[in-house]
Design a binder for this molecule. Structure first.
Ligand code: MN
Length: 442
């Protein structure tokens, strides 16, 4: 008996060491099976020397994870490459065919299409563009398949999370929307999928794709007001069958950990209660961190990761993706730390040696210190918007069930259904445009 009891004690101790418990010391003892997708080629793609989107940051994260010696805690995969047909499940054929052929040598002869598809400025043409697209999409779609098959509880793809891409248009450094493709894959198995976005920018491409269905709830927290992409007001709630199933928390500059967590947790807790998603996709854009080159929030890694940990605690099949993040050293820190949090592993604040150690001077530490910038989100402002979202959630029919199966039948290719909001009488479109134009010039 004594032997048996000691064995159990040892097992309990190992549970903690092996990440069966949450890093925050909570009593959540369930073991998670974590998968991590990484393409060793990803860091070689280059948007251009002066472009702020750096695929290289994902390689730095990977090197830090290896150096911290926590990779053995998860199943690591090099993704199986998808092909263009997989991308056409959401994106239009003409846009995908354009992405397949455009390159720096023929770009000058395809100016008209570049304008049509919004490729060339923010989202530039570079060597290996289509291979890059396939690379970051493969981890997200492969990860979704793995969750569908029940082989993992959480799948991580830091190269994914390109939430701005539209059906027939690049936007904000995003060409193909790996998130939409991954969610379409999850919808083959799960009735309700929750999308959460903590990037500083509105998750507009994902919201738009699922704006008219209640099978996907999108929840985005973002800077709003004179900020890219300009959408995502609190009044944008979805349409038709999807009315109420898009949630937007518009924020002002300077939000800190305490304020962000104070709205994130009650919103997500209420989402879980009312919507009861069967799977979750979490976009962890790191441009919401303090000191981001494009962002204006004031989060530390701790605040950002607390959101990840909060989502993790609900124990749903979860796909964790990257996204924006333009101060490379902090993005690398953030996703490294969040990998550890997902694994339930403590990691030292002193960064281990990697080829990239020089990025992290002068302190060479993992954690970052927020700045003293003013938080423009007053308590009243946050409370007011929090309660609007809680009211929106409360007024939803609790847990959409069978009736949505008919609107989005599993045997029907998802693509057909998704295209519906885009279709309709072209004359109506023209009329609206004409009216708008008249208003403009009146
Ligand atoms: Mn967001």
């Amino acid at each position: 008996m004594l032997f048996r009891s000691r064995t159990m004690d040892t097992a309990a101790g190992e549970d903690i060491i092996n990440g069966n418990r949450l890093a925050d010391g909570s009593s959540d003892a369930q073991k998670r099976r974590i998968a991590y997708y990484y393409d060793p080629e990803i860091g070689n793609y280059n948007y251009g020397k002066h472009h702020c989107w750096k695929p290289h940051r994902v390689r730095i994260v990977h090197n830090l994870l290896v150096a911290y010696d926590i990779c053995k805690e998860m199943d690591m995969f090099k993704p199986t490459m998808i092909d263009y047909k997989d991308i056409m499940r959401f994106h239009s054929d003409d846009y995908v065919n354009f992405l397949r052929v455009i390159n720096p040598d023929n770009a000058a002869s395809m100016v008209k299409q570049q304008i049509q598809f919004n490729v060339g400025d923010d989202s530039p043409v570079f060597d290996g563009l289509f291979d890059y697209i396939c690379s970051y999409c493969s981890g997200s779609i492969g990860g979704a398949c793995r969750l569908n098959e029940g082989l993992s509880d959480i799948v991580i793809n830091w190269s994914g999370g390109l939430h701005h891409a539209k059906k027939s248009e690049a936007s904000g450094f995003c060409y193909v929307n790996d998130i939409v493709l991954a969610i379409l894959e999850l919808l083959k198995k799960y009735t309700r999928v929750l999308y959460i976005d903590i990037d500083i920018h509105h998750g507009d491409g994902v919201e738009e794709a699922f704006y008219t269905t209640n099978r996907v709830m999108t929840v985005s927290f973002h800077k709003f007001g004179d900020f890219f992409p300009g959408t995502g007001d609190i009044s944008d709630v979805g349409y038709g069958e999807g009315k109420g199933y898009s949630l937007n928390f518009p924020l002002r500059a300077g939000i800190d950990d305490a304020a962000f967590v104070s709205i994130f947790k009650p919103v997500i807790a209420k989402v879980m209660e009312r919507y009861q998603p069967e799977a979750i996709v979490l976009q962890c854009g790191a441009d919401s961190l303090s000191g981001d080159r494009l962002g204006c929030f004031n989060l530390s890694l701790k605040g950002h990761a607390e959101c990840v940990n909060f989502v993790r605690a609900f124990n749903k099949p979860t796909l964790v993706l990257g996204g924006g993040g333009y101060t490379v050293r902090n993005v690398s820190r953030c996703w490294t730390y969040e990998t550890a949090v997902i694994l339930g592993k403590e990691v030292k604040n002193e960064l281990p040696f990697t080829d990239y150690l020089e990025y992290f001077g002068p302190d060479y530490s993992l954690q970052i210190t927020p700045s003293n910038m003013e938080n423009m989100n007053t308590k009243n402002y946050l409370d007011e918007h929090l309660h609007m979202l809680l009211d929106q959630l409360q007024s939803l029919e609790a847990v959409p069930g069978l009736q949505i199966e008919s609107a989005f039948h599993p045997k029907t290719p998802d693509r057909v259904k998704l295209e519906q909001p885009e279709e309709g009488n072209p004359d109506e479109h023209e009329e609206v445009t004409k009216k708008e134009a008249e208003g403009e010039f009146a």
